[in-house]
Design a binder for this molecule. Structure first.
Ligand code: PCA
Length: 328
């Protein structure tokens, strides 16, 4: 009798354990590393996406964002998601040029310089982008662009010659190359370390959007921003394919729906904020103006060189994407 009671208790606790293990398996938590500050619209948009998934799945899949490189630094996020250290994450696509030249297509100077053209370039490159990511064990969820890229510098820039020897912050291989072609000296620095880099004189110049200048209060160190409108790089949110396969169909649909909303909202927000950021730079004492004709011509020449170099790297696949974009 005693032993029966004991084994019954054993069965009861085993069932209870089984139940709680079952619940623990059903409710999943995904940490989502982000490279940019919490207050940036990319991060706010990702936080909304995470909230949406958590809500629409009734907490079955909880996504928690970690902005500002707090969980993984910007340079680590892609690898972290590939290797499954993080199931999902956001990364600047063009920073991955060393993985595949295609990732750099949205950082080619003057290929797509408006939001409309940037969207077209995204549509033209999406099948190839998805293919490359798939081969890397990733699934693309959504992209969001940065506003057009301009030139920040401590001193006035009349032409590229003024950039000779200037310490230049680069955020990918393309911006490093551009710096070299101007005669500047590039250093790769993630956005999270930007304020520090400008404060300590590690960098005196960079190419970026008004958004990142605003986030890092660049006016404390830099006086000029030239609205070159050179390109609009994008961030992408990717998910590890194994993590994705672990979701049932309903949850996958919840994530895809939230991703579609995030993409739509993110593109709209970037466009809406673009002029606002410029106004903020000016309101904080910066000189914000278009490039001189000489600077424009210098950039155009550098852009031609970089496009030719890229086409050589990206081969037939790259060329066919550019052709598809131009045919639209
Ligand atoms: N801001 C990001 C990438 C492009 C942009 O506008 C940065 O400077 O890191």
């Amino acid at each position: 009798m005693k032993s029966y009671a004991k084994s019954l208790a054993g069965i009861v606790s085993a069932v209870a354990l089984g139940l709680s293990a079952g619940t623990a398996l059903a409710a999943e938590k995904w940490d989502m590393p982000l490279a940019y500050p919490a207050s940036n619209y990319h991060s706010e948009n990702a936080a909304k996406f995470a909230e949406e998934v958590t809500k629409a799945s009734n907490g079955e899949l909880e996504i928690v964002t970690h902005p500002g490189g707090s969980l993984f630094g910007g340079g680590e996020i892609y690898r972290a998601v590939r290797t499954g250290q993080a199931p999902i994450g956001e990364r600047l696509i063009s920073a991955l040029g060393n993985e595949n030249a295609l990732f750099e297509i949205d950082a080619l100077p003057f290929l797509a310089t408006s939001f409309d053209d940037s969207w077209k370039l995204y549509q033209a490159s999406k099948p190839e982008l998805e293919k490359v990511l798939d081969e890397a064990g990733l699934k693309l969820l959504y992209t969001v662009p940065w506003p057009p890229q301009g030139l920040y510098n401590k001193k006035e820039v009349a032409s590229a010659a003024d950039m000779q020897g200037v310490k230049f912050r680069a955020y990918n291989a393309a911006t490093s190359r551009l710096a070299e072609l101007m005669g500047a000296v590039p250093t790769k620095i993630e956005a999270a370390e930007l304020t520090q880099a400008f404060a300590t004189g590690v960098a005196d110049s960079m190419i970026s959007s008004g958004s990142t200048g605003y986030d890092s209060k660049i006016w404390e160190h830099v006086k000029y921003w030239y609205d070159v409108q050179a390109w609009l790089p994008k961030n992408m949110v990717v998910v590890n394919k194994d993590a994705w396969a672990g979701l049932d169909e309903n949850l996958q649909k919840v994530v895809l729906d939230a991703a579609a909303t995030a993409e739509k909202n993110g593109w709209a927000k970037a466009q809406e904020l673009s002029d606002w950021y410029k106004d903020q730079l000016a309101a904080n004492g910066m000189v914000v103006e278009g490039p001189s004709d000489a600077l424009k011509a210098d950039f155009q020449k550098i852009g031609d060189t970089m496009t030719a170099e890229w086409l050589e790297k990206a081969g037939a696949d790259g060329k066919s994407v550019i052709d598809a974009y131009k045919a639209q």
